[in-house]
Design a protein around this ligand. Structure first.
Ligand code: AQP
Length: 345
């Protein structure tokens, strides 16, 4: 029998336009996992403010990510959908984890290096400590599984390191309080499928991302059919026709990316896609990809636009989710205080 109740947790930052990478690498997986697990999906607004956010835009983006969750098929009545800042246990546990994590561990985080860039001295302390907050997000629910894109793998390894160090540092205390297999689970990342790292349409070696200045580098979930078609048709490719087998995609990053996207949207594998399109020119393949993308993403974008028209409804979903999330996290934090030796009522 599993020592920890199986539970899924994941989050998305409200930092701008959600794109196809967020959808295929994360949100589409969130939807699929609902049939197998109890799931908690969070709009991680405290992570968003580790870099400057315009306050009005941030509010709008929190509601838009919530709308995306629901439009993609997450059921907030059967599972939990909320925004991080409404459940204070995340920030509380993050402080304890700041005292567990070592500077050397955080110094190795590539996301901080990429986001802080050359102007490291001017990056916020929050951006540096981001991975401890992410560990707290997950472990406040003692979540066992976390679906994420490939780019978050290193942060999840750090989450496991923090859990393990906490379990070791306080082992006697944890056992004396009756927890038999340590207090925190060693969370498993769920990173699989053909689109764990969707690449930019302008450069197949760079991740598709919200912060890339060119809108032509990504498909946004709110793009209409014309925009989707234009972006796919303009996507960078190479002059060769598509290969018949996956081996032929090696060292062809743009082709590999588009085939992976097609496979993920069609719920199939790159091998199957190449069986169908091997030998075809990109113009033919891109037409098929446009049709598939519009069919899959069009209804999501339309539903998101409908949902954001009613902010009170969305805020109600978030408040309800926060109350239910807090009920799970509060006893975990009380136990953490008992373990650490902090007096509480
Ligand atoms: N290109 C991607 N391919 C696959 N998965 C991706 N994810 C992000 N980009 C890709 C996954 O989406 C989830 C939510 O990501 P996030 O918004 O919390 O943070 P992020 O990874 O920083 O997103 P962006 O778009 O890349 O933003 P910027 O430009 O600010 O860096 C995560 O599970 C992530 O893995």
């Amino acid at each position: 029998m599993a020592a920890f109740q199986e539970r899924v947790f994941s989050g998305v930052q409200p930092t701008g336009n959600l794109h196809l990478g967020n959808y295929l690498g994360a949100i589409k997986r969130f939807v699929e996992l609902q049939t197998k697990y109890d799931c908690i999906y969070c709009v991680v607004d405290l992570h968003a403010i580790t870099v400057w956010q315009d306050p009005a835009e941030l509010t709008k983006n929190i509601r838009e990510v919530t709308a995306a969750f629901i439009a993609c098929g997450i059921d907030p009545t059967k599972h939990i959908v909320f925004n991080q800042s409404q459940v204070h246990e995340h920030a509380e546990l993050a402080w304890v984890f700041n005292c567990v994590a070592r500077l050397g561990w955080l110094n190795r985080m590539t996301q901080f290096k990429e986001k802080a860039g050359k102007d490291r001295e001017n990056a916020s302390v929050g951006l540096y400590a981001y991975p401890s907050l992410m560990a707290a997000d997950i472990l406040a629910y003692r979540a066992t599984h976390v679906p994420v894109g490939e780019d978050q793998k290193q942060h999840l390894e750090l989450t496991r390191d923090i859990a393990q160090k906490f379990n070791n540092d306080y082992a006697e205390r944890i056992a004396s309080l009756g927890f038999k297999d340590g207090f925190f689970p060693l969370t498993e990342p769920l990173i699989s499928g053909p689109a764990t790292r969707v690449m930019s349409f302008r450069d197949g070696t760079k991740k598709m991302s919200k912060s890339e200045p060119s809108d032509y580098s990504r498909i946004n979930l709110t793009d209409d059919a014309d925009a989707i078609a234009q972006k796919i048709r303009k996507a960078k490719t190479d002059p060769e026709p598509l290969p018949g087998e996956e081996k032929g995609l090696e060292s062809r990053p743009e082709a590999d990316n588009l085939v992976g996207i097609y496979a993920a949207l069609a719920d199939t594998t790159p091998a199957e896609v190449l069986k169908q399109f091997g030998g075809a020119q990109f113009s033919t393949f891109k037409n098929a990809l446009v049709d598939l993308s519009v069919a899959k993403l069009g209804p999501i974008g339309a539903e998101m636009k409908r949902l954001v028209q009613d902010p009170a409804h969305i805020d109600g979903i978030l408040a309800d989710g926060a109350a239910r999330a807090s009920k799970i996290a509060a006893p975990v934090i009380r136990s953490v205080k008992d373990i650490v030796g902090l007096v509480h009522s």
